[in-house]
Ligand binder design. Structure first.
Ligand code: UDP
Length: 485
């Protein structure tokens, strides 16, 4: 039951608020800055409808939304992995997406994200421009291109059954001289026998057929990589990649009372004195690691605001999808006496803080972060240097980029068993706050803050890049390319 109108640019996010949020931001900018008619098409089945609705409610009224009918994933084994499930959900939803595009009078472009490129052949078939939105870095696209180098572009064997997969080289050289260690590759990329690897190969092979990419980064953040992609687009070696970031929400949503408690506490702290500690929406430390972090913060002597989440009891640092019970109190897992001993200079809050506002606060000086890309961009946009403490997904690669390329983070060493000892934590916090090595990191953070602000200023690089893409889509509408009779 879809209206035969106003579906001109279709944004097709993969499931989960983390994937929806940046596309909502893209939709807002396309609608408000470029007067493009935009529809966000969501999938059903793998994300919480209430959370999705809350995220979508921030859209301007001119942006339409549509939801595809649910498809069955019941035949798949539950331990097949989150990524694989997401790829499968997209694939199985394609007939519904096809029907939706057919039901609209004019569609200029279809924009999918990392998990959604199975929709690209559909855009080719229907004469619609096909774009991929990357919510993370240029580095991530680089890795996907390496996969194609290793396996060919699939013209001969497209995901052929029994195809042999190869491990990426160790270290993996990335543009700009970064040698990415095998251990720092994103999850799913470290082992070619992992079932998700076959999906990654197939995804990567589709990239060459995209009309273009949008990436939530900006030129100064990954200069050498941005330049290499520019050269390759000119030579026709790869579709154009438009850096349109950073997309930073103007404020974060959460429980009102917690929000004001954090901000009121920060208001009472001296300027540039507080270390903000958070591991994103899914990061979970073991009980032992929580104790080391507490001891490290305590011995550092600095003020801190720590967003404490329920510890991981099964060794998995990713708690996404685990819903804490009402009676769960993360603060109860902190070491005995810690809160009393640090009273006055430390605030521990359960589960959630209004992060964007915390990072922008004048009292906040540094961020101990899991290096999720949104957190990273929020920190950079606020000029806050980081202590990189990556846990899962592509966070270790982000940490490598931030420490070795961008220069806005220090990374404490982990022991052989993966544990970061309290002395390492205290040393990294002291260094980033007032050490000599830390001063270069603090200076870079200020430079990048200015560069990020410039990227979205009237003549800035990201604003211009999005304008260029919007122009192409408008042109396509004018030419009625994509009109389906
Ligand atoms: N966030 C927040 N308060 C919290 C934890 C997270 O506002 O206590 C927000 C944060 O500002 C960011 C997002 O949630 O926009 C987390 O995204 P990111 O990519 O950093 O990490 P993920 O949660 O996907 O691992």
């Amino acid at each position: 039951e879809l209206p035969r109108q106003h579906h001109q640019v279709l944004l097709f996010p993969s499931p989960g608020a983390g994937h929806l949020i940046p596309l909502v931001e893209l939709a807002r900018r396309l609608a408000v800055d470029h007067s493009l008619p935009v529809t966000i098409v969501t999938l059903s089945g793998m994300s919480d409808p209430a959370t999705d609705a809350a995220v979508l409610s921030s859209l301007p009224a001119t942006v339409a939304t549509a939801s595809l009918p649910a498809v069955s994933l019941e035949d798949l084994s539950p331990d097949i992995g989150f990524g694989t499930l997401m790829f499968e959900l997209v694939r199985r939803s394609l007939p519904h997406l096809r029907a939706l595009i057919m039901a609209t009078t004019t569609t200029a472009a279809l924009v999918c994200d990392f998990f959604g490129t199975a929709a690209l052949p559909l855009s080719t078939e229907l004469g619609v421009q096909g774009y991929v939105f990357f919510p993370n870095s240029f580095a991530m696209i680089s890795i996907m291109r390496h996969i194609v180098k290793l396996h060919g572009n699939g013209d001969v064997v497209d995901g052929a059954p029994g195809e042999e997969y190869h491990d990426l080289p160790d270290p993996l050289p990335l543009p700009g001289g970064l040698l990415l260690r095998h251990a720092d590759l994103p999850d799913g990329f470290r082992d070619s026998t992992d079932p998700v690897y076959a999906y990654l190969v197939e995804e990567a092979r589709r990239y060459g057929h995209a009309d273009g990419f949008l990436v939530n980064s900006f030129e100064e953040m990954e200069t050498a990589m941005a330049e290499e992609f520019k050269r390759d687009a000119k030579d026709g070696a790869f579709p154009p990649v438009y850096p349109v970031g950073p997309f930073v929400r103007s404020s974060s949503s959460g429980k009102e009372s917690d929000e004001s408690a954090c901000l009121e506490w920060l208001d009472r702290q001296p300027e540039d004195s507080v270390v903000y500690v958070s591991f994103g929406t899914g990061g979970a430390l073991s009980v032992e690691q929580t104790a080391e972090l507490a001891a490290g913060l305590e011995t550092s002597g600095h003020r801190f605001l720590w967003v404490v989440r329920m510890p991981s009891l099964d060794g998995n640092p990713c708690a996404l999808g685990k819903v804490p019970g009402d009676e769960d109190d993360p603060l109860a897992w902190l070491p005995e006496g810690f809160l009393e001993r640090t009273k006055g200079r430390g605030l521990a809050v359960a589960a959630w803080a209004p992060q964007v506002r915390v990072l922008e606060h004048r009292a906040t000086a540094a961020f101990v972060s899991h290096c999720g890309w949104n957190s990273t961009l929020e920190s950079v946009a606020a000029g806050v240097p980081m202590v990189a403490w990556p846990l899962y997904a592509e966070q270790k690669m982000n940490a490598a980029v931030l420490t070795e390329v961008t220069g806005v983070a220090l990374r404490p060493a982990a022991r052989g068993d993966g544990m970061v000892a309290s002395e390492e934590i205290a040393a990294a916090v002291r260094e980033v706050m007032d050490g000599e090595k830390g001063s270069a990191v603090r200076r870079r953070a200020r430079e990048l803050r200015d560069a990020a602000a410039w990227a979205w200023s009237p003549e800035g690089s990201s604003r211009r890049a999005l304008g260029e893409v919007a122009g192409k889509w408008k042109g396509a509408l004018g030419n009625t390319k994509g009109t389906i009779a």
